[in-house]
Design a protein around this ligand. Structure first.
Ligand SMILES: [Zn+2]
Length: 262
């Protein structure tokens, strides 16, 4: 009969094996703590009504100089080793409806804190599955004219840091190529030389360093007071928060490899 805390069959978790698996088979990702910006308010005055000029609820403020209108801030970037599991292996989770195709699950070492709302960035590039459609010059049109978007007239903001272009075409069927018509420098900016006229829409597929939002409360796994490591679900940022502004933050303009110093 096993003694102490670990009764029953007397078989304990093999922590060194768990760590070894994540170490050997895990991927190096970037983890940032994600939380509301101060412009993303809810129940600030414990009431439904406005107090003075302050709305009781406000999802974000366009032109906010802290979050660039995202409504969320991401802090304390660091490397994290994690096991990334594609949703194809979690069919029951799709069927039960709490996860959608394209989501993934991620397990981290015991002791690592990853919580809902955090941002995970992969350190390798993959194609944006169905591309991104953009209105040329959106940052300088309509209401955006009165905002600080951080973009020049010949620039548009992409969802993700772009590593290279795969294909680009506008609504009139004109095809554009990287290097001669536009430049991708590893940041979230596409810089045009000519290209579609302002207001025209175009579609672009590109290889990008995907960002993922941790979107469910962590599945905290504990045994006899010990942390077995967290498993969370992650959703691509543009799916989790599609309604972002056309603005580019200072971080958006930094080529990805400069963040990594690779
Ligand atoms: Zn803000």
């Amino acid at each position: 009969m096993a003694q102490g805390n670990y009764k029953g069959l007397g078989i304990d978790f093999d922590f060194s094996s768990m760590r070894g698996q994540i170490d050997e088979r895990g991927e190096n990702v970037i983890h940032e703590i994600g939380l509301r910006c101060t412009c993303n308010r809810e129940d600030m005055f414990a009431g439904e009504t406005e107090h003075g000029a302050h709305a009781a609820r406000q999802r974000r403020r366009f032109g906010c100089t802290i979050c660039s209108g995202y409504g969320y801030i991401y802090r304390q970037a660091r490397y994290l080793t994690a096991m990334i599991t594609g949703i194809r292996q979690s069919k029951t989770q799709v069927e039960s409806g709490w996860i959608v195709p394209g989501d993934a699950t991620m397990s981290v070492m015991p002791g690592e804190l990853v919580s809902a709302g955090d941002l995970i960035t992969f350190t390798w590039s993959e194609p944006i599955s169905d591309g991104q459609t953009i209105t040329r010059g959106a940052a300088a049109m309509g209401d955006n004219q009165s905002r600080k978007t951080g973009l020049e007239d010949d620039e548009d903001r992409l969802w993700y840091n772009a590593e290279s272009s795969i294909y680009c075409e506008d609504e009139d069927g004109n095809v554009y190529s990287s290097g001669s018509n536009f430049v991708l420098n590893g940041s979230k900016i596409i810089k045009w030389a000519g290209g579609p006229a302002k207001g025209k829409s175009y579609t672009i597929k590109y290889n990008a360093y995907h960002e993922w939002v941790v979107f469910v409360p962590p599945d905290i796994r504990r045994d006899h007071g010990r942390d077995l490591g967290t498993r969370v679900a992650i959703r691509k940022r543009h799916v989790a928060m599609i309604n972002t502004s056309a603005a580019a933050s200072a971080a958006d303009k930094i080529p990805f490899c400069n963040r990594l110093s690779c």
